[in-house]
Design a binder for this molecule. Structure first.
Ligand code: CA
Ligand code: CA
Ligand code: CA
Ligand code: CA
Length: 336
């Protein structure tokens, strides 16, 4: 970003909720565009235009009851374990075991709710902070990765998750051993995201001030994989603003490439859109200028989560209420 001030330039009182409440006609038009994007995701010029339209966010009310007695977002993850393009809800225990609820359209109006899948993974012995969900093998479902004490990463390829029946547990993950060596950064700076839009998640180190470094996923270091190709610097380091909350990487605009997001302490969301790779360039990817994407809900940022609720390729904004239920705002192109 050019200036630190831009990240805090938020018009007073303009939350996602308030903004949409004042614009009922825009919400209806937005819902029509959303339907168009769902039926033709980025396959045509028309759909691509829909993905770049900026029609705000659609408040969708309580989209899930969450998990009874769980009010800590650090124990929950949104990841696509069944490979149908929407994120499912996962509850992690202290050794990385997973209980899962399949997203059947969520509890939003017209949705089919969530279906409990049971305990789909026993865990690899590492706490939630060491667990990542990412598509390692480009088959559309998220695989299970753990960051070990030395920073190396072990992978478990998703084959549908464990199934517990009367005859015991049918394993649903294939351990593929170490899929990546360590890069020497702390676990909380290791992210997996699809920067080049080829369907698999790449390895990124997001340090707080320095440039973002990336390695292209060529199948990982597991059996039959082609390892990782160093991209070097994928993004310049930027001075973080005073009200910086946290960084996230998700696709906000249906183009298949994950974008770089900054969530401010005041809950507003800013994006640098990923403009794709330039082979041979010193900074390997191009990025848009800093864009305000959501004015925010005013909630504390440790209650805010991002996930793909409806499978349209634009990450949605989710707030955990004090009772643990989840309130959703569908990304309809983001605020202008
Ligand atoms: Ca799913
Ligand atoms: Ca996969
Ligand atoms: Ca990729
Ligand atoms: Ca994108």
């Amino acid at each position: 970003m050019r200036t630190g001030e831009s990240l805090s330039a938020r018009p007073p009182g303009r939350t996602v909720r308030e903004r949409l409440r004042r614009r009922p006609a825009a919400v209806l038009a937005a819902a029509a565009s959303l339907a168009a994007c769902l039926t033709a995701p980025s396959a045509s010029a028309a759909a691509a235009a829909v993905c770049t339209d900026r029609n705000g966010w659609i408040p969708s009310g309580t989209i899930g009851q969450g998990v009874p007695h769980v009010t800590d977002t650090a124990l929950l993850r949104l990841a696509d374990v069944d490979g149908d393009a929407d994120d499912d809800l996962l509850l992690l225990d202290e050794i990385g075991g997973i209980r899962a609820w399949r997203n059947n359209g969520t509890d939003m109006p017209g949705g089919g709710g969530w279906a409990y899948m049971g305990r789909i993974a026993l865990g690899a012995g590492y706490p939630p902070a060491r667990v990542r969900f990412a598509d390692l093998d480009r088959d559309g479902d998220d695989d299970y990765l753990v960051i070990k004490d030395d920073g190396a990463i072990d992978g478990y390829v998703n084959n549908g998750g464990d199934l517990t029946g009367t005859g015991g547990i049918t394993p649903g993950w294939t351990p593929v051993g170490q899929v990546a060596q360590g890069t020497g950064v702390a676990a909380d700076q290791i992210h997996f995201a699809d920067l080049d839009g080829d369907g698999d998640d790449d390895y990124l180190t997001l340090q707080y001030t320095g440039p973002v470094q990336g390695w292209r996923n060529d199948g990982g270091d597991g059996p039959g994989g082609g390892g990782w190709s160093p991209w070097g610097k994928v993004r310049e380091g930027v001075p973080l603003p005073a009200d910086f909350g946290r960084q996230e990487i998700h696709d906000v605009n249906c183009d298949g490439r994950d974008d770089y997001l900054l969530l401010s302490d005041d809950s507003s969301l800013y994006a640098y859109e990923n403009q794709g790779e330039t082979p041979g360039a010193e900074t390997r990817f191009g990025w848009s200028t800093l864009t305000l994407y959501a004015h925010g809900t005013g909630d504390a940022i440790d209650r805010i989560m991002f996930g793909e609720l409806n499978g349209d390729g634009r990450v949605d904004y989710i707030v955990m209420a004090p009772n643990g239920s989840l309130v959703g705002y569908l990304n309809n192109g983001g605020d202008q």
